[in-house]
Design a protein around this ligand. Structure first.
Ligand code: ZN
Ligand code: ZN
Length: 282
C-alpha cells in the first residue's frame, strides 16, 4: 500500500462518529479526530467575561465582575477560567469519558486542558507563537495579565468514587498538562468525605455538603525544586466541570490555609451556566 493511500484514509470523528477525509478534520491525534463541524460546536467561551470567574457576560457590562462574583465575599481564588460553556455535545463527550470509561478520550480532553492553560495562564505566550491548531485564531483572544504558574494540582475524588470509576478523570488530564508544559503536578488534597452526587442537589445543599470534604496532604518538597510551603508560589487547581464554583472554592480554602503565601488560580474545562446561567437553572 502506498503511503499516500494510508494518509488519505478516512477517519471517524470521535464526537459525531461520521467518517471524514483528512481535509474535513479539525483536530487529530493518532486515531482520535474531531471534524470541523463538531469542533465549532464544542461551545468555546468567548467574548466579554467576568475578570474573576471567567463567566461569559452579556448585556450590562458596567461591572467587570459577574453578578455572583460581585456579591461573593472572601474568595481565596485569584481567578478561575473555563474553556467551554456546557452544551449537549461537550456534555456527552465528558459523560463518555467519565462515566462510560472511554479512557482514550483523555487525550482529547487533555489537549483541551493544554489549550485552556495556553489561553489563560501561559505567561510566555505571545501572539501567533502559541498557534497549535488552525482553529486557534478564531477562538482565542489574548488575556491582559497572566500569572506565572509554577505548580499544578487537581480536585481529588473520594476513594470510594475512585474505586468505582477506576481513575480520577482530572488527574489524568493534569498529567498531560504537566508533561506538555513541563510543570510539576502534585496531589495536595484528599477527599475525606464522600458527598452525594452534586447533580442531585440544589445549590444550598451543595455548598453545605462540601464543608470538611477536603483535607490537605503534605507537600513533597524533595520533588519540587524551589517550591516551599512558606514562600510565594502560583498554584493552578484543575477540575473538569465548574458549576457553582463551590468545589474549587472549598479546595482553594484548604490549600490557602496550609500555604498562606501562595496564590491559587483555577482552570476548568467546562463552565455550566457560562452563557445564560439563569435560563439553565429554571
Ligand atoms: Zn464530528
Ligand atoms: Zn464571576
Amino acid at each position: 500500500m502506498r503511503s499516500s493511500t494510508v494518509y488519505l484514509r478516512p477517519i471517524s470523528c470521535l464526537a459525531c462518529g461520521q467518517q471524514y477525509r483528512p481535509g474535513a478534520i479539525e483536530w487529530q491525534m493518532g486515531e482520535l479526530a474531531i471534524c470541523h463541524t463538531c469542533w465549532q460546536g464544542l461551545g468555546w467561551l468567548q467574548g466579554p467575561s467576568c475578570v474573576h470567574c471567567g463567566r461569559a457576560m452579556e448585556g450590562d457590562l458596567s461591572s467587570a465582575r459577574c453578578g455572583d462574583c460581585a456579591v461573593r465575599r472572601g474568595s481565596v481564588l485569584h481567578g478561575q477560567r473555563s474553556l467551554l460553556t456546557y452544551n449537549p455535545l461537550n456534555r456527552q463527550l465528558l459523560y463518555r469519558y467519565k462515566y462510560w470509561g472511554e479512557v482514550q478520550l483523555y487525550t482529547f480532553f487533555g489537549q483541551l486542558m493544554v489549550l485552556g492553560f495556553k489561553r489563560y495562564y501561559d505567561a510566555s505566550v505571545k501572539g501567533k507563537s502559541w498557534s497549535l491548531w488552525k482553529g486557534w485564531s478564531r477562538v482565542f483572544a489574548k488575556e491582559a495579565t497572566r500569572p506565572s504558574i509554577q505548580l499544578l494540582t487537581y480536585v481529588p475524588l473520594h476513594e470510594s468514587r475512585l474505586y468505582e470509576r477506576g481513575f480520577n478523570q482530572v488527574e489524568l488530564l493534569g498529567r498531560i498538562l504537566s508533561k506538555q508544559l513541563n510543570l510539576p503536578m502534585v496531589t495536595l488534597l484528599q477527599r475525606v468525605k464522600a458527598t452525594v452526587k452534586q447533580s442531585k442537589q440544589g445549590r444550598g445543599g451543595r455548598i453545605q455538603s462540601l464543608d470538611g470534604a477536603f483535607a490537605p496532604l503534605p507537600l513533597p518538597t524533595q520533588l519540587l525544586m524551589g517550591i516551599e510551603p512558606d514562600q510565594p508560589c502560583q498554584l493552578l487547581l484543575l477540575d473538569d466541570l465548574y458549576t457553582t464554583g463551590s468545589t474549587l472554592e472549598h479546595c482553594a480554602q484548604v490549600l490557602q490555609a496550609s500555604y498562606p503565601q501562595w496564590q491559587i488560580y483555577g482552570l476548568t474545562l467546562i463552565r455550566a451556566g457560562g452563557q445564560s446561567p439563569i435560563k439553565l437553572m429554571r
